[in-house]
Design a binder for this molecule. Sequence first.
Ligand SMILES: Cc1cc2nc3c(=O)[nH]c(=O)nc-3n(C[C@H](O)[C@H](O)[C@H](O)COP(=O)(O)OP(=O)(O)OC[C@H]3O[C@@H](n4cnc5c(N)ncnc54)[C@H](O)[C@@H]3O)c2cc1C
Length: 497
Amino acid sequence: MPRRLALLAAGLVGACARKADTGETAAPVEVTADVLVIGAGSAGLAAAIAAREAGAEVFVAEREDEAGGSSGYAGSFLAAGTEAQAELGVPDDAATLLAEWSEITGGGDPDDPTVRAFVEESADTLDWLVATTGASVLAVTTEFDTGALPRKHWLSSEVVREGLVAAAGEAVHTGCPATALLVEDGAVVGADLACADGDLRVRAPATVLATGGFARDLDRVRAQIPELAEAEVLFEAAPVADGGGLGLAEQAGAATHNEGHYGVYVHATGDWRAPGEALWPASLASTLIVDAEGRRPVAEDRTRSLAMLDVIREVPGHRLWAIFPPATWETTTLGVPAYNWVTAGQPESIPAAEAEKAGAARRLGSLDAVAELIGADPDALAATFAAYQEVAEAGGPDPMGKAAPDLVPLDPTDLPVLPIDPGAAKAFTGVRTDEAMRVLDAEGAPIPGLWAAGEVAGMLGTEAVGRGFGGSACAVTWGGRRAGEAAAAYSASKEKL
Ligand SMILES: Cc1cc2nc3c(=O)[nH]c(=O)nc-3n(C[C@H](O)[C@H](O)[C@H](O)COP(=O)(O)OP(=O)(O)OC[C@H]3O[C@@H](n4cnc5c(N)ncnc54)[C@H](O)[C@@H]3O)c2cc1C
């Protein structure tokens, strides 16, 4: 154990708590470290491991009782030019991904130095994750939000989480939320922590903020996307994603970037058992999706894409409706997000029929009844339905581009209908950084002593991420390593002064 952190083990923190029990106001116990990391998700753990590898004494403050953050749920990692791709004969490299970057991200800039560095080091980041955690690449798939080639690398999220936590080891202190950054002479020199055992003040020349996203702070989400002010917005992120870290950064004068580009998916229905929580219907691609004007605004197999934000922004009421083929409805399930079933003892999925019993879905006998339910003009809905049915019965081609296996004819006398609402998923806006992940102030100057990585930095700390991309857990890990290395080097240079 590092000498300077040994007082934690020696019980001084407990002593502080006992003093608090007597009603006296106790000063926080002070400890020092070379690098303080706030938050133990993928970004924070990667930062801590990298800083330790660089020889720094690291203190990781994690608010929750368990380390891992959202990393335990992320299974897919964007990378280009990997060995796994080569084994599959996929002709990919960083230059090819950069050439597609703008399209994948809806306007992101491939010439941005941070984007370039991430893409060029993405294969190395994946190798590092595999070597550090013992995970293996289970599959490589093509997705709408990762470009034209198979680039989404699937690892076991559980193995990744356990491996990162184990590698960070004794540096991690759980039950220790950071409540304020310590700012002296314009530099961040640590933070105050309200640990379960008593208050702590950690002094460190370098602090890495890695507190995750803000999907659970709907005020912040709606501030990014004002069109959703009146919409039903579901949670599609773990409860830890509450955005508190942005408040800490704001105290220190940090600027934000990429306003208006928040990662919203539109492929969930609300969980009637737990208002605000999302359930993910399987088989959405084989439905007909309509809006409240009876139009078909998107090819249904695109609902996995982050570009759905553009669709939901435009449609009236910011809600869609999925009409299922009856046989599909009878077998389909609604997936429960892992953060709800892992901890709350829920099943991983429930039959869609449960939604019908609860009144959250309706099974209607005519198109007119559907039109009444969704508030659409019956003639408009009938025209949309007829056009879709003709294409589905012919097996394509679909003018909107949906592939043939998902073109399943519907039954106009048996129409299961499920509402589909936007879900706040992940932050592509956050604290602005430079390419070394140093946090920048409103003038673009680095705030001495402060780095940020992961979702709190909107993944890469730059608006060059556009509206966002899939498999961003790789960017989170990359940014964490980079911040950890830079913070360790800065701390070492400060000690020599
Ligand atoms: C169900 C699910 C599936 C997902 N699947 C994928 C996927 O396949 N691919 C992908 O790329 N992404 C996926 N994501 C998103 C991905 O998990 C996150 O973007 C990523 O893990 C964020 O990492 P992070 O380190 O920035 O934040 P987090 O992992 O959220 O970690 C932040 C940590 O900071 C802690 N913290 C917050 N405030 C404080 C404080 N004041 N003091 C101390 N600690 C604090 C939190 O408790 C948390 O542990 C998924 C997310 C979910 C919920």
